[in-house]
Design a protein around this ligand. Sequence first.
Ligand SMILES: NC(=O)c1ccc[n+]([C@@H]2O[C@H](COP(=O)([O-])OP(=O)(O)OC[C@H]3O[C@@H](n4cnc5c(N)ncnc54)[C@H](O)[C@@H]3O)[C@@H](O)[C@H]2O)c1
Length: 253
Amino acid sequence: MTGSMAGRAGLVTGAAGGIGRACAVRFAAEGASVVVSDLESARAGGEETVAMIRKAGGTAEFFPCDVADAGAAEALVAHVVERYGQLDFAHNNAGIGGSNGRLADISDEDFDRIIAVNLRGTFLGMKHQIRAMLGNGGGAIVNTSSNAGLRGVRLLSPYTASKHGIVGLTRNAAVEYADDGIRVNAVCPGAIVTPLMMRGSPERALEIRRPQAMSRFGQPEEVAAAVVWLCSPDASFVTGVAMPVDAGSVAGW
Ligand SMILES: NC(=O)c1ccc[n+]([C@@H]2O[C@H](COP(=O)([O-])OP(=O)(O)OC[C@H]3O[C@@H](n4cnc5c(N)ncnc54)[C@H](O)[C@@H]3O)[C@@H](O)[C@H]2O)c1
């Protein structure tokens, strides 16, 4: 297939549904070979993403990975390199929400779990992806942060901390590997219609959406357009950015 990602190979984590699925589908539509990854327990959704890509004429396969598991993160990268010869792009998208509560009411376990998946998971992924990209002379990484990575979101302190941390990892890796041909960026979505956003009450979803200048929820495909652009050669001079895709949410009110 032709497109802005033609001839490239890479991976998307948390791609059994939601934003990750939309990104995997868009990468493939732009000509990339995509390893669709998610938890083994989400295999059915992952295989569905693969089927959608293949039906449209693209190349994809499922490979399970719990991003919080260091060995699994390494195995995922090794699989892409073994299968396609190199890793050109990686989208670290897997993430979890957590229970709502003011900081002093958050359990230590909840905090640790969210940091382990969202922040440590992104770190582990980037570490092995960068090592592989150094081997092929460059590449592009996009991490899914959130507008909760750019400002506080009431009642979500562990999530907010994890997403701010992702912005920090993104900026650091961008400056450390710029001259190795590796670009590292983050997207910071606003309120997007996905299982994660809709798992809570409709009132809470509306509350999260309220700071947006546009009074509607976003679609996963609107995030995918930004993610794929950031990985494409069209963004060749862009690294270290935390790009809001949030309908004006962090711009002001
Ligand atoms: N939906 C939104 O409004 C919104 C806004 C800002 C940021 N985000 C971020 O976007 C990303 C995708 O979220 P989504 O809204 O599509 O949610 P989602 O729940 O639909 O998708 C998240 C995926 O991550 C997977 N996952 C969870 N834990 C994992 C682990 N340990 N290892 C591998 N995969 C794991 C899940 O199985 C799921 O398929 C997340 O990082 C989320 O924090 C979402």
